[in-house]
Design a binder for this molecule. Structure first.
Ligand code: AMP
Length: 485
């Protein structure tokens, strides 16, 4: 489906203008499917994920409805603060994000009042804010129900009700609160359910509380990929740049915290690759670097070792990493944030394959947040921050001491390949046969190239394997065999 621009929608000129100012050029799939349905006044049950643009999908119709009601009745948003819409979200963080997006989109609605009612903050100021008047409430089910019970909030004028991340609210045990709130909103209303999944409870609630709801599902590949993205901040030093040790500590922290099997760390410059690789190796971390100045044979060796898990961390530039295909990469770290969004997307797209959930973390200095926001807007994905434990008071050695980051495998280089009619079975046979004496389970990936091969062997047996192969024969011949560099 070709993506349409917002100007094809029957939205007010102000809303179209805001959307343009925010740089939303095309509608996301969930927006293209649901906004027309919502503008037509229908109920909706939509499948959506965070980052799909669903907040704007329900906010634009709410704002459109509010401005229409007010202009029809000659009302002024600044003077009349009738509560029109209620949005329920599972968590405080999500409420904050939704409020932010509503305020952004509602910035031409002079006098628009959006209020967040979530737990974790005192009731008093919330009650005061409700009394002052509010058009849209965004809240968690628990706190909203508290206000209803205390009669500090009245939903009698609400005509749009949104249940955002309904499945998560149910997972969090909010079922009774949700139903109690649904019953407090007048029958004459538009009811919207957004959910990533549709468990039976949601189907039942939809039948009970929605009228003839239109169902919108978005094809899997059109939504955000299965990659969790985060960033973490290190301080800027000398005003503009970062300190290498700060980022090294952040990286060590990430490795210790997530214990990824295979990680690629991207740098923007060759020199940083070299420096970081040295630093990691010196700390005893199973790492190697890939950058454009390496000889082809060294590149082959590094890649083979990374693929067969003899190396757990690969440090690379974008150019050098081109063409690496690793099926199960657990973590991608941007040691330096790339300049272009498509480079970012390409880097992180290396994780989250083969049906596994991927993880990508960017280590940035504060001013790079702007760049990251740009990436979020281009990719329709939100990139939250992870708080690193106070790393200023922690030394590289402290972090290193907590980290066990060796690999389980070693790699042997065999100077014979496809052109020598070498096949994986020949190498496996030589290693596990009478002469080799190893178990099949101690042998890892065997990679045959044209003129050479790589064999991964469980580390404790690597030296035995090496001497036995050197002393014995493969296909009745002797080949030069050594530990891969
Ligand atoms: P959401 O899924 O609602 O959390 O939105 C994810 C991000 O995408 C937010 O930062 C929005 O500001 C942004 N966004 C929403 N719709 C669009 C669009 N049509 N074009 C570009 N960015 C958008």
């Amino acid at each position: 489906m070709p993506m349409k621009s917002f100007s094809t929608l029957p939205l007010s000129a102000e809303l179209i203008q805001v959307v343009q100012e925010l740089g939303y050029e095309k509608m996301t799939p969930i927006q293209a499917e649901s906004i027309p349905v919502l503008l037509a006044g229908r109920d909706l049950i939509g499948q959506s994920k965070t980052g799909s643009g669903k907040t704007a999908a329900f906010t634009l119709p709410i704002l459109q409805k509010i401005s229409k009601q007010f202009s029809d009745q000659n009302l002024n948003l600044q003077r009349d603060t009738t509560l029109r819409a209620l949005v329920l979200c599972p968590t405080r963080e999500l409420c904050t994000q939704v409020v932010r997006e509503i305020r952004k989109l509602g910035r031409k609605h002079i006098g628009l009042q959006v209020l967040m009612l979530s737990g974790g903050t005192p009731l008093g100021p919330q009650v005061y804010a409700i009394e002052k008047g509010v058009h849209i409430v965004v809240g968690t089910p628990g706190r909203v129900l508290d206000h209803l019970k205390k009669r500090t909030l009245n939903l009698a004028s609400v005509n749009t009700l949104v249940l955002d991340e309904a499945d998560r609210m149910l997972d969090m045990g909010f079922h009774d609160e949700m139903e109690a709130i649904l019953r407090e909103v007048p029958e004459e209303r538009q009811t919207l359910f957004f959910s990533a999944t549709f468990p039976k409870t949601i189907e039942t609630m939809s039948k009970l509380y929605q009228k003839d709801a239109v169902r919108v599902t978005i094809e899997e590949e059109e939504t955000a990929p299965a990659i969790d993205q985060f960033y973490c901040e290190v301080p800027a030093r000398q005003g503009t740049t970062y300190d290498f040790t700060d980022k090294l500590k952040a990286l060590l922290w990430l490795l210790g915290n997530y214990e990824p099997g295979s990680t690629i760390v991207f740098c923007n410059f060759k020199a940083v690759v070299v420096e970081l690789t040295h630093a990691l190796k010196r700390l005893g971390i199973s790492a190697d670097g890939l950058q454009g100045d390496l000889e082809q044979s060294d590149r082959d060796s590094v890649m083979a070792k990374f693929r067969n898990k003899s190396i757990r961390v690969m440090v690379a530039t974008d150019v050098a990493a081109r063409g690496i295909d690793v099926e199960d990469l657990d973590l991608v770290v941007n040691f330096e944030l790339p300049q272009k969004t498509d480079v970012y997307t390409h880097r992180i797209g290396r994780t989250g394959r083969a049906g596994k959930k991927g993880l990508a973390v960017s280590v940035i200095i504060p001013k790079e947040k702007v760049k990251l926001t740009e990436i979020e807007q281009h990719t329709h994905v939100s990139i939250p921050s992870i708080e690193l434990d106070n790393l200023d008071d922690t030394s590289v050695d402290d972090l290193k001491n907590e980290l066990r980051f060796e690999s389980k495998m070693s790699t042997l280089f065999v100077a014979g390949g496809r052109k020598n009619k070498m096949r994986p079975g020949d190498l496996l046979g030589a290693l596990t046969g009478e002469a080799g004496g190893l178990k099949g389970s101690d042998i890892g990936k065997i990679e045959i190239h044209d003129f050479f091969s790589y064999v991964a062997v469980a580390k404790p047996f690597a030296h035995t394997a090496l001497t036995r192969l050197q002393e014995g024969r493969i296909k009745g011949r002797r080949f030069r065999i050594e530990m891969a560099r």
